[in-house]
Design a binder for this molecule. Structure first.
Ligand code: KG4
Ligand code: ZN
Length: 338
């Protein structure tokens, strides 16, 4: 079975073909980063319009690369995300489903991130603890099986990717700031500033990143007033990154211990952060899994593999489903085979 995966929830148009026999057979991505960079963030209307321009040619390209005329099923991101952007992928998926008379599978974007490590040669077995960290989410989830997700903790305010992006903006690093901030941090001293490690001493497994962001803002202002900002930027970036990573790793280890889980999966855009990967590996006694860098940030391959794992949920193309807000722990296990 060949599953076409379509991702258009934010600012990347991702399309891929996943075969249940031979794995990922084709994959293409168009990033809109350049379009949004001038505005300092994603402009939803521009995102929707660019998905419209890019999506069909990318679908044609992956079908050619996979050597097939049409797939056996189409998985698409039905939410959460930007409503207009989601509607582009959903509209095309359902339209093609009708034209090709093949079923469609609405996929939850964060379940796509969560299952991205399944694209690797040594995928994690269930159960595992997932740290899902992206521009919009910071979640710790106990995963006992497909669709069996218990939300242990989430952020009370900003997502960690948002904290990276906002801190990067304060340092004048453009959009998206996460990767740029991580690169600048390489040249800095991560002990230069004692930024807070929010929540680590509180019970439960929630996160909070707005205090950290404010602490960065105050130090940036101080450095600016002293005319030293240029000279201090790398130290600020390194100290922020260290505080954010310490918080994520500390909280994840607390949750893994509490749940008695021996496998940790790191996924989502911030999962591309090298320090986060290295620290988790160094400090956790069990196994740590993460997708390759390209499948941490948004992509079509993770939606295709999630669809392949949820083939039993395939349905006839009908409505243009786009659910902008959609909690991951409301998902159910896939329907029983039938
Ligand atoms: O998963 P993703 O591509 O989109 C969402 O679903 O949000 O995540 C994007 C987020 C952005 O906040 C970006 O700055 C962050 O992931 N990010 C990083 C790195 N690469 C991407 N944050 C820290 N270090 C990185 N290397
Ligand atoms: Zn994402």
């Amino acid at each position: 079975m060949n599953v076409l995966g379509i991702e258009t929830s934010c600012d990347e148009t991702g399309v891929a073909v996943y075969s249940t026999e031979s794995g990922l057979v084709a994959d293409a991505l168009h990033s809109q980063v350049d379009l949004h960079a001038v505005y300092g963030g994603v402009v939803p209307e521009i995102a929707s319009r660019d998905h419209i321009r890019r999506l069909l040619p990318l679908v044609q390209q992956v079908l050619t690369d996979a050597g097939i005329e049409q797939p056996d099923a189409i998985a698409y991101t039905a939410g959460p995300g930007l409503a207009g952007a989601l509607m582009v992928g959903s509209g095309l998926a359902n339209g093609l489903g009708l034209a090709w008379d093949c079923p469609v599978i609405p996929v939850h974007h964060m379940e796509g991130h969560l299952l991205a490590p399944m694209l690797e040669d040594e995928p994690p077995e269930f159960p595992f603890l997932a740290l899902l960290v992206s521009g919009g989410h910071s979640m710790l989830i106990a995963v006992s099986g497909l669709g069996e997700y218990e939300l242990l903790g989430t952020t009370l305010d900003d997502a960690v990717g948002e904290a990276f992006d906002k801190s990067a903006k304060l340092l004048g690093l453009g959009y998206p700031g996460g990767p740029a901030l991580a690169a600048l941090a390489e040249d800095g001293d991560d002990n230069a500033y004692a930024f807070p490690r929010p929540m680590l001493n509180r019970p439960g497994f929630d996160f909070s990143f707005s205090g950290l962001k404010t602490a960065v803002m105050l130090e940036v202002r101080k450095a600016e007033q002293a005319g030293e900002l240029e000279a201090r930027k790398a130290d600020l970036a390194a100290s922020f990154q260290r505080a954010a990573v310490d918080t994520l790793v500390g909280r994840t280890l607390q949750a893994a211990k509490h749940e008695g889980l021996e496998r940790i999966v790191i996924a989502g855009g911030v999962g591309a952060n090298r320090l986060l990967r290295a620290e988790m590996k160094a400090r956790f006694t069990g196994q740590v899994y993460y997708p390759r860098m390209a499948y941490c940030t948004d992509n079509g391959a993770m939606i295709a593999v999630a669809g392949a794992l949820r083939l039993n949920d395939a349905r006839q193309a009908d409505e243009i489903r786009a659910t902008a807000r959609w909690a991951l722990d409301t998902l159910a296990r896939p329907a029983a085979a039938g």
